[in-house]
Design a protein around this ligand. Structure first.
Ligand SMILES: Nc1nc2c(c(=O)[nH]1)N[C@H]1C(S)=C(S)[C@@H](COP(=O)(O)O)O[C@H]1N2
Ligand SMILES: [Mo]
Length: 400
């Protein structure tokens, strides 16, 4: 990404907006300061240096390849190829459940309706005329999984407008508790034996919707939001699983009841056995905040030894540590990329100087400041649904 796209957002007019802009950038700027004093950028070493090579994973079948980006398709990253803090727009994972609607910019209208004093119809120019905010946010699909080496991930700098500012201008009426976000993509759903057309939809409780960091993004890594990622506008709910980030967003509706659409209440619902206030219950919960997770992405060899690298995603709770375990050795603390900010992914690395020839198992675990530790597969709650798999994910490599 070029320097130009990293410059701070332009000055805003009102105090309110200045305030929210500062909130949005606070963590990024603080960490930017650390990066500036830390010398060489953490990931400048990530692109393979001369003589440096990938060490093969023995848990990846030969010929395994991430699917290419094709219209209508799903794309995930080959995590071994991650070599930058910002995921390039043409390699960011792609998931959708209906079609990928083509929306002509000049025809685009965002409607804000329901329990608001000032219903709105905004063109893209209207949206771009509002104060601009930027935020780094990484996320994963709630269905990310070991079989694809947790490749349904990406990290980008999003540019757009603040949702809470827009809702404030719309004037939410008292009693409006639920903010529903509809995409322009539609599909036929059979609901209780009736076939009906539905748009992709997700909702936020209004206290979540009013959080200062939530944004409507029209830019991704300094470029107009790409078609496959929801052009011209998408919701970005930092710290939440990808399903929250409604693409091709064209309608926001405020209502006094919970929204029960497929992707809130039937699909992307985790069934697990948990302690609910001292009672063990089978709980069904909508996929929302990203659960604490780390995963190894690659191991490389250079003249001096080996480097193990991985990523962390969570809901934005600050981290205490990321640790790596080689075979049955001790947990060793890894170094976290200082470019990281609250809602970005956090890449990490550990030097491995005494690697012996043969196969080795490498695992990682992350701990947050509240002392929450990423669970092992055995510690995961009983969970027949595949959503929200944040278990530790040991990998195996062959040292030549
Ligand atoms: N309109 C719309 N938005 C959507 C979806 C969809 O099917 N339609 N899929 C969601 C899911 S499940 C995920 S994981 C993310 C993926 O975003 P990306 O393709 O930009 O990575 O988009 C979310 N937003
Ligand atoms: Mo997803």
């Amino acid at each position: 990404m070029s320097e130009a796209t990293r410059k701070p957002v332009s000055a805003t007019t009102t105090e309110k907006h200045e305030q929210s802009r500062r909130t949005v950038l606070k963590s990024g700027m603080a960490l930017g300061g650390i990066a500036a004093t830390a010398g060489m950028p953490f990931w400048s070493k990530l692109a393979l240096a001369q003589g440096e090579e990938l060490v093969p994973f023995t848990d990846v079948p030969e010929g395994f390849m991430a699917p290419p980006v094709v219209p209508g398709g799903i794309h995930f990253q080959d995590t071994r190829n991650i070599d930058s803090f910002y995921t390039p727009n043409d390699d960011f994972y792609i998931v959708q459940h209906y079609n990928q609607p083509e929306i002509a910019e000049e025809d685009y209208v965002l409607r804000v309706t329901g329990m608001v004093d000032n219903p709105m119809e905004l063109t893209l120019d209207d949206i771009r005329a509002r104060p601009r905010v930027e935020l780094d946010a990484g996320f994963e699909c709630g269905g990310n999984r070991a079989g694809i080496y947790h490749g349904l991930i990406g990290n980008a700098r999003w540019g757009g407008i603040s949702l809470s500012d827009l809702l404030s201008d719309a004037g939410m009426q008292s009693g409006g508790i639920e903010v529903v976000f509809y995409g322009a993509d539609t599909g036929m759903e059979t609901i209780r034996e009736t076939e009906v057309e539905q748009a992709f939809g997700r909702s936020l409780h209004f206290t979540d919707a009013m959080s200062s960091e939530v944004m409507l993004a029209y830019e991704m890594n300094g470029e107009p939001l790409p078609h496959f990622h929801g052009a011209p506008l998408r919701l970005i709910m930092p710290g939440w699983y990808g399903v929250s980030n409604v693409k091709w967003l064209d309608h926001i509706h405020v209502q006094d009841r919970r929204y029960m659409g497929r992707f809130m209440a039937r699909d992307y619902v985790t069934l697990s056995r948990r302690d609910i206030g001292g009672v063990e219950r089978w709980e069904e919960r909508s996929v929302t905040k990203i659960r604490l997770k780390s995963s190894i992405i690659r191991v490389t060899r250079d003249d001096g030894g080996h480097t193990i690298m991985g990523f962390v995603l969570n809901d934005g709770t600050p981290l205490r540590s990321v640790e790596v375990m080689i075979d049955d050795g001790p947990w060793q603390e890894a170094e976290i990329d200082p470019e990281s900010s609250q809602y970005s992914w956090k890449l990490f690395r550990l030097r491995w100087n005494d690697a012996t020839p043969g196969e080795h198992t490498i695992n990682s675990r992350v701990t947050d400041v509240n002392g929450q530790v990423q669970p092992t597969a055995d510690q995961m709650p009983e969970k027949p649904s595949r959503w929200e798999n944040n278990a530790q994910f040991p990998r195996t490599v062959m040292i030549g």
